[in-house]
Design a protein around this ligand. Structure first.
Ligand code: ADP
Length: 397
């Protein structure tokens, strides 16, 4: 049997068909520019070349139909009918305070996800359309919603509350939620497993460093703090997002540049971060190249990024009263050995030492600290789809 994992963004739908027992990825697809002109589908069957085709997709409903066609097509498909799918796992961006774990999808669950739409107006409605379209096609197949926020619901009040009038939390649920939960949970658990230690007895800092980046403090198997907040804008400097900024600076800029709130947020979400500082690119590989060629702003962007990561790790070491392990994951965390080395070198005061040879390896789970390092440092490739598939199967069983 198979597990189908679906991730609906505001204008995209990603899917993976995973063999339930062997956990092999049998097919991968991406429907892009849904609702926008020039929509296209990328599809790849295990062991074969990628194909890209144009297809009209006014809504996520058409995208789901195209996914079905590709997966069951006589030539390109992996399965004869969707009946071979044991269960579907849907990634949902925001579960608010309602969802502290993944949930079997029922009418009640859908209503509750709808209630969280105000908190993620671009993402949750897309997930709901995707789920409903799937349910129409596969009414008998059990489906599970896996939330990006759920893992962080264990944060204590003191770390999730903003220092604003409490009534705003009571009235509107304005608080810190945190994101990338599936990844933080998966890699922290894998790290404990790799080290052969009891997950419930460890203090782990997870650095999910990609285009979107967040850091979390995982104590005794529970998230106790994380750098993203009410939205994924808070925290680290990211590819294009500013991370932490004084709201007073926003007001000043809005007046000087005559910007609306929407325009200001667009600057903070899409034109800031390492792209904004470097003026080169949001991709760390381009910025590194420019820095090597002597571009000062590119170097500053990299330094600012590293500095903020180090600050958050230090803060979480203090928050947990020490750390047993630091885990690097996602695009930058998994691939950029020089960034990892710089971060770890700045943390040498914690007794951290990097094993250069292990740090230069790629593509698999690695312990990159030396045997006498006081804190274990690991690289654990994240695999959100696999984590969602496992979670889905454990719930439907
Ligand atoms: P997303 O947040 O979109 O899921 P990813 O986790 O896929 O992002 O990370 C993508 C980013 O990873 C790219 O923008 C790039 O900056 C970075 N990256 C990928 N490969 C490397 C590499 N070899 N060295 C440095 N950075 C890399």
């Amino acid at each position: 049997m198979y597990t189908l994992v679906i991730n609906c963004g505001s204008s995209s739908l990603k899917f993976q068909l995973i063999h339930t027992e062997s956990e092999e990825v049998m097919a991968i697809g991406l429907c892009e520019r849904i609702g926008i002109e020039g929509s296209k589908v990328t599809y790849q069957r295990k062991g074969e070349e990628k194909s890209v085709t144009e297809a009209s997709m006014p809504t996520h409903k058409e995208a789901v139909k195209i996914m079905q066609k590709l997966l069951t097509d006589e030539q390109s498909g992996m399965i004869k009918t969707l009946n071979e799918v044991r269960a579907v796992g849907h990634r949902v961006a925001h579960g608010g305070e309602i969802f502290t774990s993944s949930a079997l999808i029922t009418e009640e669950t859908l209503k509750a996800i709808e209630e969280c739409c105000a908190l993620a107006p671009l993402h949750n409605p897309a997930s709901l359309t995707g789920i409903r379209a799937c349910k129409e096609l596969m009414p008998e197949t059990p489906m599970v919603a896996v939330f990006d926020t759920a893992f962080h619901q264990t944060m204590p009040e003191m770390s999730y509350l903003y220092g604003i009038p409490y009534e705003y939390y009571e009235k509107y649920k304005v608080r810190r939620y945190g994101f990338h939960g599936t990844s933080h949970s998966y890699v922290s658990m894998r790290a404990a497993n790799y080290l052969n230690r009891n997950y419930e007895g460890m203090k782990i800092v997870v650095c999910h460093l990609g285009n979107g980046s967040s850091i979390s403090a995982v104590q005794n198997g529970k998230s106790v703090d994380t750098s993203m907040g009410f939205t994924p804008l808070e925290g680290l400097l990211m590819g294009t997002r500013s991370g932490d900024i004084d709201p007073g600076a926003m007001q000043f800029l809005m007046m000087k540049e005559d910007l609306t709130i929407a325009e200001m947020l667009d600057v903070l979400n899409r034109k800031s971060g390492v792209l904004g500082v470097s003026g080169v690119s949001s991709d760390f590989r381009d910025i590194m190249k420019a820095a090597e060629e002597g571009n000062h702003r590119a170097q500053t962007a990299l330094d600012s990024f590293t500095y903020r990561v180090v600050k958050y790790i230090g803060a979480y070491a203090a928050a947990m009263g020490g750390i047993d392990a630091i885990v690097f994951t996602a695009g930058v965390g998994e691939n950029d050995e020089s960034m990892r080395k710089k971060i770890c070198n700045q943390l040498a005061f914690l007794g951290i030492a990097v094993n250069e040879e292990a740090n230069s390896k790629r593509g698999s789970e690695q312990l990159i600290s030396t045997a006498d390092s006081k804190v274990a440092v690991l690289v654990i490739p994240t695999n959100e789809e696999l984590a969602i598939a496992r979670e889905t199967i454990s719930i439907v069983q």
